[in-house]
Design a protein around this ligand. Sequence first.
Ligand SMILES: Cc1cc2nc3c(=O)[nH]c(=O)nc-3n(C[C@H](O)[C@H](O)[C@H](O)COP(=O)(O)OP(=O)(O)OC[C@H]3O[C@@H](n4cnc5c(N)ncnc54)[C@H](O)[C@@H]3O)c2cc1C
Length: 437
Amino acid sequence: MNRVQVNVIGAGLAGCECAYKLANAGIKVKLYEMKPVKKSEAHKSDDFAELVCSNSLKSENITNACGLLKKEMEILESLFIEAAYLARVNAGQALAVDRDKFSKYITDKIKSNKNIEIIYQEVENLEELDGISVIATGPLTSSKLMENISKLIGNESLYFYDAAAPIIEADSIDMNIAYEMDRYSNEDGGDYINLPMNKQEYLKFYNELINAKMANRHEFDNIKLFEGCMPIEEMAKRGEKTLVFGPLKPVGLDNPKTHEKNYAVVQLRPENSKKTMYNMVGFQTSLSFPEQKRVFSMIPGLENANFIRYGVMHKNTYINGGKLLDSNFCLKNNNNIYFAGQISGVEGYVESAASGLMVAVSIIERLKGNSIKFPDNTMLGSLANYISTENKNYQPMNANFGIIRPLELKIKDKKLKYEKLANIAIDSIEKLKKNLE
Ligand SMILES: Cc1cc2nc3c(=O)[nH]c(=O)nc-3n(C[C@H](O)[C@H](O)[C@H](O)COP(=O)(O)OP(=O)(O)OC[C@H]3O[C@@H](n4cnc5c(N)ncnc54)[C@H](O)[C@@H]3O)c2cc1C
């Protein structure tokens, strides 16, 4: 494969992972990075693979979805994981790293690889690059390149602001309190899950909501708030009854089991066709993650809710992968262009690096004349599946057990269930690795 060359744009988490894997398979890589000449509002270091915010790579436990993802990446010899273990600092259950050590390790590995040519340049026009290109320029992709990408894929497929509501794992909702029903259907059963509140419960929740702590806003997060994506806490501050006449209105949602009228109802909309995850309708929010957990868990039925992803409001450029990408992260209408990292529709440090790894493996196999599909009983394959499946509420996705292929036989105990899913996934990745050799 010596004569083949691949362009990787962006030496962030996804770009470095992808470039390194390709280079180790004997493929020549041109890695373009605009730092240090130009830096986004969040990037500060001159090194590659910068962790722009927290230094946590989440849990290491394989019964945690992100822990399982890391394990799968480790099996596939990920540079990101190698660096994380080398740079780890003590942080209880989580794998946290010394960010400078982590980035330096990856930067040194990239710089010393003879198959990687580093070009310090902002890429503005993809048409100037020959052959296969991987766009791994992240959620803060430079605006000139973004304009060029939007011409390529069409404006309507691009999103700039992430105003996302939290997503909850279905199994963690207390269905003794909640009921399934669509508004005005008057029938037991329906697509939505409803969480009823009496006046006392509502007021308790309301008072905590309007006084809850916001997430730290970055200076570039000067978002103009549109009515359509007003954070729930901002809306609540307009008056005690605003939510009751808005997203929490109870009309047409009388409890079909008890026929009681409710004071307020929180609705949960299925996030996927298997109904393993639910989105909190109207709950886009700027609250800090711990505050979301604390305040939203006060809603009856969500006391033990597992938040698969929290709500966010920040600048976050990503493409509508479900419409545009295949499960190898390749554009459906241009097989020379791949997307990796947050811009593809995965969410998070580990997930971004994981997508870079998958893109590299796909390209390596393609150049050998093979095709590959990461199995949907693995966390890697589930992310690939998610980003390439059409969904009218398409939003970046973290690793979570709601997207993995469910077990044929249901297991009620959550820990046992995750253990079983994790063991199946690990087996599956081990087999895949053997096939790739
Ligand atoms: C403010 C902020 C905070 C976040 N905090 C967290 C967190 O705490 N935990 C978490 O798990 N996730 C977090 N994320 C989400 C996400 O995981 C990170 O953004 C992650 O770094 C994405 O990896 P990436 O490889 O896709 O992009 P990046 O790591 O951002 O890498 C992209 C690279 O491309 C370069 N680049 C951009 N445009 C061009 C161009 N035109 N030409 C050449 N190079 C270019 C950039 O300089 C950068 O080095 C955060 C995101 C943001 C925006």
